[in-house]
Design a protein around this ligand. Sequence first.
Ligand SMILES: Cc1cc2nc3c(=O)[nH]c(=O)nc-3n(C[C@H](O)[C@H](O)[C@H](O)COP(=O)(O)OP(=O)(O)OC[C@H]3O[C@@H](n4cnc5c(N)ncnc54)[C@H](O)[C@@H]3O)c2cc1C
Length: 385
Amino acid sequence: MSETGQPVLHRLRELIEADPDGFARKVFARLFGASPALRDMFPAHLSHLREAFTQVLDHVLEVLPADDGHDDLIELLAQLGRDHRKYGVTDKHYDQMAQALVTESAALMGTEWTQETAETVAQAMLLTTGVMRGAAQSAPGPATWRARVVQKFIINRERAVVRLAAVDPVPAFHAGQYLETRIPQWPYQWRNLSPAIPPNEAGELEFHVRAVPGGHVSTAIVKETAPGDVWTFAQAHGTLHVDPDRPVLMVAGGSGLAPLRALLLDMAQRADSPATHLFYGARFPGELYDLAVLRELATTNPWLKVTAVVDEAADPWWIDGAPAPAQWGFEIARGKVGDIAARYGDWSDRQVLIAGPADMISSTKLRLRLAGVPSDRMRHDPVHH
Ligand SMILES: Cc1cc2nc3c(=O)[nH]c(=O)nc-3n(C[C@H](O)[C@H](O)[C@H](O)COP(=O)(O)OP(=O)(O)OC[C@H]3O[C@@H](n4cnc5c(N)ncnc54)[C@H](O)[C@@H]3O)c2cc1C
């Protein structure tokens, strides 16, 4: 970045900061004006998209003129480029986006827009869209792939298990990763879901979905998904994995069990799996829906120990007829799963994998840190919000 370029980008950032959403609206209006078909590829409500867009743009205008942070910025933009493949974004759209950004920047800067300013801004915008485009072009595998629902069952009023068989070749991903997922009931909404079984040659997938209150996609899955539905998947993300050289502590809350279960099933196929203790927590005993599978895993894999944890001792009336967890022979503790895990023993030599709702992840991390587990030894996925 030239010395004269720095103040230009700082100034543009300052002007955008006064009304970021207004700027984003104008850029999108210009973009969709140039390519009306592009509008149809995005959700009906664009507020989330605009928010993400303004955050990235702010970050670009902050980091580009700075002395460091460029590598991370390039990686972030590359990831965004790969993410946008699923919307059907093409090279032409990147040109139009760069053009829209420059035009709206010119309008915003008014009399401050000189030949030199124009060159600096154009260079920054072309770099940004160029990195995204380049990463999208060089990303391996197809942008999306499909699988058909073959079975669905309801576990309780808010939770379902959905099994699918791939229709297209499945791009490589690892046990413990999550997939960008779209269902036919909400054709423009992408959500992250974690397969509960490892990827396999037969292309079988299983998901455990909890209907969050007021949640569009999760409620539709629990209430409406039926065999025959075709789901679309895009990229796999996530860094949850097991390093074979170190014993493992896993802490799962609710549907957070899914990625850890996929890892355990994967470990069960290997000869060298390290000692692993899983704490699996739910509000009520009847919500510990997967104990039968865990029992089977623990019986055949002596490296695995499971402790079930519940907030409440008894089920409410609406959990009807769930088998008592004690019948599976696991010890059952009462409390918050992170607290119970942290108090249980010395985990300072362990690698720790945590999965579940955002508040459960942060409280578990805090408890374990206080109990002597270094932060860099704890892994979890990005939290939900
Ligand atoms: C890495 C990752 C992996 C995930 N894996 C799974 C999985 O395997 N199974 C699964 O069921 N879900 C999983 N989720 C959550 C899933 O991606 C959706 O966020 C969730 O299903 C809600 O989507 P929705 O369309 O129903 O809700 P939206 O319509 O997007 O949201 C409606 C309301 O619910 C709130 N909300 C959104 N998400 C949550 C939440 N998780 N908890 C509480 N309130 C929420 C919103 O703030 C909003 O008020 C995962 C999320 C992440 C980030």
